[in-house]
Ligand binder design. Sequence first.
Ligand SMILES: Nc1nc2c(c(=O)[nH]1)N[C@H]1C(S)=C(S)[C@@H](COP(=O)(O)O)O[C@H]1N2
Ligand SMILES: [Mo]
Length: 258
Amino acid sequence: MLTRSSLSRRRFFGRAAAAFGTVLLAGCDSLSRSEWFPKVLATGEDVNRAAQRLLGGRRSMAQEFNESDLSPEFRSNGTASPNNARYQALAAGGFADYRLEVSGLIDNPRAFSLAELRALPSRTQVTRHDCVEGWSAIGKWKGAKFSALLDAVGAKPQARYVVFHCADPMEADGTGFYYESIDMDDAHHVQTILAYDLNDRALPIKNGAPVRLRVERQLGYKHAKYVMRIELVESFDKIAGGMGGYWEDQGYEWYAGI
Ligand SMILES: Nc1nc2c(c(=O)[nH]1)N[C@H]1C(S)=C(S)[C@@H](COP(=O)(O)O)O[C@H]1N2
Ligand SMILES: [Mo]
């Protein structure tokens, strides 16, 4: 079983960052403080950014596994079924009327049906999902390569981030939708996909149907479920709390990975 400390050690102190042991020492202090969680992420973020610069960019791959490693059950976390009438109507119709809207700093604003997403070049990958709450699960994901979707809409040069707007409201009054964002490096990364299948079946509602982001080098909360709208932007200034994600607006790190 993974403990929190082994999980964070593996995420932040492993792989590429292991080569930079002396840099890591500065961060050890923060582990003993009471507000350890954002601190650990902050430490990981700084260390990993430094490591990435030294290694010449973020081309590293997240580890991939074999089908024999699959978790018997891929649990659900956070929202398990969006409390949203429009979403529930789409789900009742088997998502036949679902359209993924893509807008913002692109040449060809358009909406994709599920069939159109399934027709884009795809990638299948068996990866480990690590949630900051201290659990992990290995799943087999299939989805549209995000780079292919970007090619289809034509990202403008000013676009710096991709924002994923989700169907699930986080406030009791039905507002404050979950959202997340990634930069263009991650958007073009080969393991970044809009997943529509989990373990060879249509993505279940509890795991984000009809499509959810997989951005494999980052922690669980970056993997937006129930994606309804994608927006390319230059900054987060006009989006919700301005920090690039629902959890980021509450103080979590925006870059949550290696
Ligand atoms: N829209 C949306 N996306 C979300 C969440 C959520 O509550 N709503 N939870 C996040 C967190 S914290 C985790 S760990 C994963 C959980 O994915 P799962 O339900 O497939 O296990 O989804 C992430 N994406
Ligand atoms: Mo999570």
